[in-house]
Write a protein that binds this ligand. Sequence first.
Ligand code: AAT
Length: 292
Amino acid sequence: DVAKRMYFNNPMWPGEAHSLAVEKILFKEKSEYQEVLVFESTTYGKVLVLDGILQLSEKDECAYQEMIAHLPLCSIKSPKNVLVVGGGDGGVLREISRHSSVELIDICEIDKMVIDVSKKFFPELAVGFEDSRVHLHVGDAVEFIRNVPEGKYDAIIVDSSDPVGPAQELVEQPFFEMLARALRPGGVLCNMAESMWLHTHLIQDMISVCQKIFKGSVHYAWTSVPTYPSGVIGFILCSTEGPPVDFRNPVNPIEKLEGALDHQRELKFYNSQMHKAAFALPPFVRKEVKCL
Ligand code: AAT
């Protein structure tokens, strides 16, 4: 009974739990920040879990990483300087590296163990670290962003975990203010923003904070990721004041990008149609997230 109560008691999704059959535990250790677990599942390939929350599976990581990277990067012309917050597995880096206009990719991940584990067990994601444009910073993103020169980045991608562990501060107003400061005028932010089935309150809070700070535009998009609770995950897309950004109509379509199609790995999920479709919202979301 105790096990059952704990199993159904994650504060992010009380009363529900999701199961994958485990073939074999490959790694389990406590880092300075969280418990890091890797297992081989029966039907979704290898799986990375942090503090009991599934972060990615080999089978469906493409849907998350491709969307969180290309939604912002295909919405502006010739992105050059990009920052990734979190994302220590390297999957988002792998996607950014398809953009040949990009000159610098900074990444700030708090937990070195996530990076090491990814290099060992998820080579198809960690390959992202091999791009010579990537500069790795191991540390808390809140500290990192405080010291970034104003207007440095064209795009920032926040690929962080749920706000219950080290990522708590990453959904609060001061962090968004620092992100906006670090972007150039007309720069873009794409932030992991939970599930519309589970977290409309959280989404509403994040969007109203973003609307105060980002004077360009603020939108919500979503994608299907079967191994995340409720099977979907959303993103908040924001732009700073400056040249307007029309997120719903990519001006930098992936199909026309040099580098994207001769990349060693084909895109599995993202294309311009998926990009446009990601912004379509059901009526209940518009009703519950009032500021959308
Ligand atoms: N691409 C895999 C998906 C993730 S990983 C989130 C990463 O954010 C983790 O590696 C975690 O260590 C890192 N992180 C958490 N807090 C911070 C911080 N303060 N500074 C820098 N990095 C941080 C996200 C999956 C979302 C799951 C949705 N349910």
